[in-house]
Design a protein around this ligand. Structure first.
Ligand SMILES: Cc1cc2nc3c(=O)[nH]c(=O)nc-3n(C[C@H](O)[C@H](O)[C@H](O)COP(=O)(O)O)c2cc1C
Length: 202
């Protein structure tokens, strides 16, 4: 069974993370989630005031509140633990998706800094030549951001910026989220119907 590592960092766009985790959970795939401490704050701020801080509490909370039909396929790993199986190249996930990705995490990824489990797993996935997608979000981007993103792209990381499109004629915030998550799924080779593919303007 395929294993996906889903990382949430403290950038705006918690909705994307929720949608992505829910979609992956509907498929027959194991999913390990890691959330940075700022990521927990943003989840609380953007999604739900009652979002807890402790990892076990978060797991129980999302199993109760989110659309997760296969809760047994979901686990959470603590950002400050290097004991997790995903920290080792011998047990690396098949795919890593950082959604959303801060400029801080992108910078640390680009420099090979490995001070928490998120950075360590990125380092591991890179050395094991596994597929990594990041969904960076910041506005505007400074030169350091752009240089780090370029470096990550040159290292083979897929950069799917949190830039929803409007040619789909979105009717809600949820539609905007669906488009972005759909683009991530496209790059994972996962079929979906989250948005309609462009078929000309008629
Ligand atoms: C509500 C909120 C929204 C934020 N949005 C962004 C963002 O879109 N992009 C970004 O790079 N940082 C953003 N930040 C700042 C990061 O959370 C901060 O730099 C943090 O140290 C990143 O740590 P992490 O990469 O370990 O999650 C935001 C912070 C808050 C509180």
């Amino acid at each position: 069974m395929e294993k996906i590592l889903t990382v949430i960092t403290g950038a705006s766009g918690a909705l994307y993370a929720k949608k992505f985790i829910e979609i992956i959970n509907k498929l027959d795939k194991k999913q390990t989630i890691i959330i940075s401490n700022p990521g927990k704050e943003v989840l609380k701020h953007e999604l739900n005031d009652k979002f807890p801080r402790g990892n076990e509490e978060i797991l129980s909370f999302i199993k109760a509140e989110w659309d997760l039909p296969r809760p047994n396929l979901l686990e959470i790993a603590a950002v400050d633990s290097f004991n997790s199986p995903v920290a080792s190249g011998s047990n690396a996930a098949d795919f890593m998706v950082v959604i959303p990705c801060t400029m801080g995490s992108a910078a640390r990824f680009a420099q090979g800094i490995s001070t928490n489990l998120i950075e360590r797993t990125f380092d591991v996935m890179l050395k094991e030549k596994k597929k990594i997608i990041i969904v960076p979000r910041e506005c505007p981007l400074n030169q350091i951001h752009l240089e780090n993103l370029l470096k990550l792209s040159q290292l083979g990381v897929d950069i799917i910026p949190a830039m929803p499109a409007f040619y789909q004629k979105p009717e809600s915030i949820s539609d905007l989220g669906d488009f972005l998550v759909g683009r991530v799924l496209d790059h994972l080779g996962i079929k979906h119907s989250l948005y309609k593919k462009w078929n000309g303007s008629k």
